[in-house]
Design a protein around this ligand. Sequence first.
Ligand SMILES: Nc1ncnc2c1ncn2[C@@H]1O[C@H](COP(=O)(O)OP(=O)(O)O)[C@@H](O)[C@H]1O
Ligand SMILES: N[C@@H](CCC(=O)OP(=O)(O)O)C(=O)O
Length: 379
Amino acid sequence: MDSNALRDARRIVVKVGSSLVTNEGRGLDEAAIGEWCRQLAALVRGEGGAPREVIMVSSGAIAEGMKRLGWAKRPREVNELQAAAAVGQMGLAQMYETKLREQGIGSAQVLLTHADLADRERYLNARSTLLTLLRLGVVPVINENDTVVTDEIKFGDNDTLGALVANLVDADVLVILTDQKGLYTADPRRDPQARLVHEAQAGDAALEAMAGGAGSSIGKGGMLTKIIAAKRAAASGASTAIAWGREPDVLLRLARGEIIGTLLVAQTAKSHARKRWMADHLQLRGAVTVDAGAAAKLRGEGKSLLPIGMVAVEGDFARGDVIAVRDAAGSEIARGLANYASAEARLLCRKPSSEFERLLGYAAEPEMVHRDNMVLLHR
Ligand SMILES: Nc1ncnc2c1ncn2[C@@H]1O[C@H](COP(=O)(O)OP(=O)(O)O)[C@@H](O)[C@H]1O
Ligand SMILES: N[C@@H](CCC(=O)OP(=O)(O)O)C(=O)O
């Protein structure tokens, strides 16, 4: 098995499902959450290797909320599920906060919906918040914002959210921890002959046939949503590992490259995936022209584009739109996500960041296009 994907991973998204987090609905599993937090902290600190950036996507709010409200049966009314999620999320966030703090690591609660990630501006806002948290060495703990959506509660699952987050932050690997050792050739609860799949290609259609629905009454997605999540994660170059959440030292061993569970390998390299996404999928909404100094910094050093190097702005674009960066001769140097809308960008041309607050009325990013959101084009 190619386990280098995990050993070399610098940015890892870990997703845990409701049944593991809440001990099959009996209540938050403090020992299990404590174990994952201990391992996350060791990864962040780089114990035994390079430091990793980790994001936790954790389900369990509805199951925990039901327990706190004294509901033995999952309600059918969506508004009651939303209420349970809001109640349970308090306990969930508190538990991660406590367990990470015990390890000397800061945590942050982030609640997202699929619609947030489909909206260009919110996508960029969520991305810059998460990347800032990672730079600060804080572990973001993410869940769905169940209060404001109903579709996700009815059909959703956090496997999809895990993949969307992996896409959002350009993770190297998505680790899905579940109540089985990995993906089997059939649902092991129903077929005793089922065999563990050690490695396969993410997106291989044959995998979908192996995956049945949810095994427990607590989780919603089952293995199929994990297979589809792996396919989505692979679109941005992230491989997916599916493993048993109670396996001792599961995260540390995976990060050492040990073969545990199922590895679904992404076929496209991360850099290619992002480049292709920028180049193919998004319509250009505008362009900025930069001076020779900025062109050299971008081309030669892969730096972010600062407004001080901009001489002209074309088109009508919003924050989060993809724009082209051109040199004075009109050749495209790069493409990337604009931090400022065109009207603001026009005001910022040739200006140092110290003047942004006076010009815009608020202080924001010093970059017009951050290098993390930029793809250089080779001519
Ligand atoms: N091919 C398969 N391999 C492993 N598990 C499967 C498979 N098909 C269906 N399942 C079921 O999927 C369940 C895991 O999904 P789910 O209950 O949604 O967990 P989680 O809360 O971890 O997301 C397993 O308990 C298992 O019964
Ligand atoms: N946002 C929901 C998660 C939905 C869900 O069931 O997810 P999962 O257990 O990962 O299949 C919650 O926290 O209860």
